[in-house]
Design a binder for this molecule. Structure first.
Ligand SMILES: [Zn+2]
Length: 85
């Protein structure tokens, strides 16, 4: 019985941990119409704050979206979809 309780607690903890993990990791996705190279964005990994312009890491190679990555930890922090309509 004791083992069962520990197991359940662990599972619960892991689920909470995973949810928190998932909510922090994905890049923020916005419409391109809301994109501004001077908008302030914060890296979810290292908490660096700055604008896409100051990050200097704007990737426009894709035909579908523009992405901005963190210059400190290389995490993709913002995705702007060109056409959602
Ligand atoms: Zn970062």
């Amino acid at each position: 019985m004791k083992k069962m309780i520990i197991y359940l607690d662990l599972t619960f903890w892991q689920e909470i941990g995973v949810l928190e993990f998932m909510s922090k990791l994905p890049a923020r996705v916005i419409d391109y119409s809301n994109y501004d190279e001077n908008m302030e964005i914060e890296c979810s990994i290292c908490n660096r704050k700055g604008t896409p312009k100051t990050s200097g890491w704007i990737d426009t190679d894709s035909h579908y979206c523009l992405s901005v990555s963190c210059p400190v930890c290389e995490k993709m922090i913002l995705v702007a979809n060109y056409a959602s309509a």
